[in-house]
Design a protein around this ligand. Sequence first.
Ligand code: ADP
Ligand code: ADP
Length: 233
Amino acid sequence: MAIVLEDVSKTYEVKGRKVEALKRLSLTVEEGEIFGIIGFSGAGKSTLLRLINLLEQPSSGSVSVNGTELGALSGEKLRTKRKKIGMIFQQFNLIESKTVYQNIEFVLKASKYEKKEVKSRIEELLALVGLSDKADSYPGNLSGGQKQRVGIARALANHPEVLLCDEATSALDPDTTKTILKLLKKINRELGITIVLITHEMEVIKEIADRVGVMTAGEIVEESDVYSIFSHP
Ligand code: ADP
Ligand code: ADP
């Protein structure tokens, strides 16, 4: 099992008022699958991803990735685990003042790669996402789809166990969305990387997910394989 959330709650305090973003949520994502989470804005989808990405801690409950409980990690072990969880974003989050090459190099530099290895790893990643000819381009000169390809290359740089996608195609037109989803599917099938994606777009789920969780007000109210969820009368 790649990702296990057990009885996870997350409460924020906003101006003295408590907001329950997640309510005793439990979820298991199997290794190698593409799991989609769909829900309206405010349902708690991003909060869920931030807990898996170790950006935040749950108020209660536990989150495990590939058998390691994240709450038990700190220091060097926490940093090492974070590198094994890749993430891509709706607005790509590229550094505009760095080239495509440097955006990926930046992530690898934080790891213990030799200089020569860094170059060959970046070339390998750019070939994987089909951007070998854009290494020296700046994000400002790329299309949205190309920017997301860089985001994907960066997220894969450290050989992650899991790839988290936060509305990764929501800023893209339908055709570009299709090509990015195709690339994600290839990464899942060929590299065996487990993917969790959150989206408000039904089409994205239909196109790519093996299983889907429907999220409302901090809870997963329905969970099933994609075929059965779309064959409801
Ligand atoms: P979604 O991604 O489905 O739109 P979110 O996880 O962003 O949902 O938000 C779930 C709920 O938690 C919302 O009510 C939101 O306002 C609240 N929330 C999310 N992040 C924070 C935060 N950092 N501080 C306070 N409230 C937050
Ligand atoms: P900071 O300390 O400023 O948050 P990070 O080193 O965490 O910087 O992130 C640097 C850049 O990499 C940011 O643009 C961020 O959005 C992106 N990033 C952070 N974590 C990941 C990840 N797991 N996968 C892909 N990109 C990431």
